[in-house]
Structure formats: structure tokens, C-alpha cells
Design a protein around this ligand. Structure first.
Ligand SMILES: [Fe+2]
Ligand SMILES: [Fe+2]
Length: 291
């Protein structure tokens, strides 16, 4: 089912609106003013409606079959080959001038995340993870609708948890009517491990599949599950995780505040930081990435 790339299909003024909404759901426990600050210039009611519509589309169309279809479409990585920095420039074309609150481009969000991780003295692969974690958003530039790129992710193939934001919209998902897919375990078995579980399609899974041979497992968990809020914030799918997943989710939880709360008033100096990141990228990733 290919949905046309229309405003109706892309209700958010900017894909960052999803992250801003996350800040409202999960405000920074350390600094409430900072979270409020992220909302300045914002018509709260306006955004609430577009975010709600975004989730309606996401929950309606992210079915098990949809995920299979997207895997077939994107996981052969035959769309485009780009050098790393070329890919950064490409990702940075994803800016929306119509949004008065989009004060950071994609590179700046990535650098703020990675620099906050670096400042806390974490290992270099953790810094690199912060730097690349949203690279999968290039899917938007391949014409994918917002609801198939960003948004909270969740397992498909089993019952949708009511801990997922706007759970009522799952009534519109065909899988909710499918007796094989709408039970607690669906096609899975108790504590089968997340590697057996298909997640809703988006920038997380796409990037994970792209870099899975190059980074430590902790980094791969952070990349693959950073939008799985129903688990890393709500523990709604403990019955599918195995013990190894549970241990690895400590890293996902460690990563999350850097993603959500690392906005600083002064944007990072991308030019000055580039040599450090050039070395870091060269240490772990191939010179050409396949998208
Ligand atoms: Fe993300
Ligand atoms: Fe992010």
C-alpha cells in the first residue's frame, strides 16, 4: 500500500514536531524550564492536532504486512550510495522553513546529542552513536511519509499495548481484527527476544540494518530501539524481551536523555568539530554508505 506524499499524509509541519511532543510527554526531570523553553513560539493546540493526526496515520497503517513491504523496499540498500559527509549534507536538506521553532538543522541535533555524550566521558562508539542515531531520517528524502519515518515504534505481529501513545487509533489497524496477530503474544512466544520481533517501520530499524556490522551491540540497541518508548519508558513489552534484551535496554535508557534533553542555547560549532568526527567516523564506518 503506497500512500501518496500529500499534506494529508504528512500532517506535521516539521518531523521535529514529534520530538517536541515527546518532550511534553516525558519532560526533562532535571530542568522543567528547559523543556518549556523548547516550546517557545509554539501554538500548542495547533501542534497537538497535527501530532494527533500523525499518530492516527501511523497507528492505522503500520501493520505487520506494511513492515514486510518496507523491509523489501529498503533493506536491499540499492537506493543511493553516499560518502558519510555527503550523507550529512543530504540529511540536512531536510529542513522546514515554515516552522518558526525549527531552529536547529539535523546536523546540529546530532552534534548536540553526541557532544553531550562526549562531555560525560562515554566511550567513543557511544559518541558516534549519538552522532548518527537519526541518519535513518533520510527516508523522508526518499519520499516516505512522516508516519513511516518517525514516531514511537512498537512491535507488530502481536497485540498493540495501551501504553503506546494514542492507543485508540490502533482500532483502525487491520491487525487489530486479525486473530493471529491480536493476542498478547501473537506470532511470538513468551520472552522470545526482540531479535525475533518485528518493529513498526521507521528511521530506527533502517539505520540499525545499515550499520549492524560496524558498531558494538550496545550501540546497535540504542539505534534500533531509541523510539521504542513503550518499552524503554513504560516496560510494556517485558513479556517479549529475553534476559539479554533487558540487560541491553539499560543502554537504550542511558541514551534517551541525550536524545531528548541535550538542546543547548548555543548551537555547536560544526566546522570546528568536524576533524574529531571525521576521525571517529573513519574508525568505525566504511567510507561509503549504502542507502
Ligand atoms: Fe530518532
Ligand atoms: Fe534524535
Amino acid at each position: 500500500m503506497k500512500k501518496p506524499n500529500t499534506i494529508e499524509n504528512n500532517p506535521l509541519k516539521s518531523i521535529e514536531d514529534w520530538e517536541k511532543d515527546l518532550l511534553k510527554r516525558y519532560p526533562d526531570p532535571a530542568d522543567h524550564n528547559k523543556s518549556k523553553e523548547a516550546y517557545r513560539n509554539y501554538e500548542d493546540g495547533d501542534r497537538h492536532d497535527t501530532v494527533k493526526e500523525f499518530y492516527r496515520l501511523n497507528h492505522q497503517y503500520q501493520s505487520y504486512d506494511f513492515v514486510l513491504e518496507k523491509e523489501k523496499e529498503f533493506l536491499s540498500f540499492n537506493k543511493k550510495e553516499m560518502g558519510f559527509w555527503e550523507a550529512v549534507d543530504f540529511l540536512n536538506t531536510l529542513v522546514d522553513d515554515s516552522d518558526p521553532d525549527t531552529d536547529l538543522d539535523q546536523l546540529q541535533h546530532l552534534l548536540q546529542t553526541s557532544e553531550a555524550i562526549r562531555a560525560d566521558g562515554h566511550p567513543d562508539w557511544f559518541v558516534l552513536t549519538g552522532f548518527i542515531h537519526d541518519f535513518g531520517k533520510v527516508l523522508c528524502l526518499f519520499g516516505e511519509p512522516q508516519w513511516a519515518v518517525v514516531g514511537d515504534t512498537f512491535p507488530v505481529g502481536c497485540q498493540f499495548s495501551d501504553k503506546i501513545v494514542f492507543p485508540e487509533f490502533f482500532d483502525l489497524n487491520p491487525d487489530s481484527q486479525n486473530p493471529e496477530l491480536n493476542t498478547k503474544y501473537g506470532i511470538y512466544s513468551p520472552n522470545c527476544g526482540l531479535d525475533q520481533v518485528k518493529m513498526s517501520w521507521g528511521h530506527d530499524e533502517y539505520l540499525f540494518q545499515m550499520v549492524k556490522d560496524y558498531l558494538p551491540e550496545e550501540a546497535l540497541y540504542m539505534i534500533r530501539y531509541h523510539s521504542f518508548y513503550a518499552q524503554h519508558k513504560e516496560n510494556a513489552y517485558d513479556h517479549l524481551l529475553n534476559d539479554h534484551d533487558k540487560a541491553m535496554f539499560e543502554w537504550v535508557k542511558k541514551f534517551n536523555p541525550y536524545d531528548l534533553y541535550s538542546k543547548v542555547p548555543t548551537p555547536p560549532d560544526a566546522k570546528a568539530l568536524r576533524p574529531y568526527y571525521e576521525d571517529l567516523v573513519a574508525k568505525y564506518l566504511p567510507s561509503v554508505l549504502k542507502f
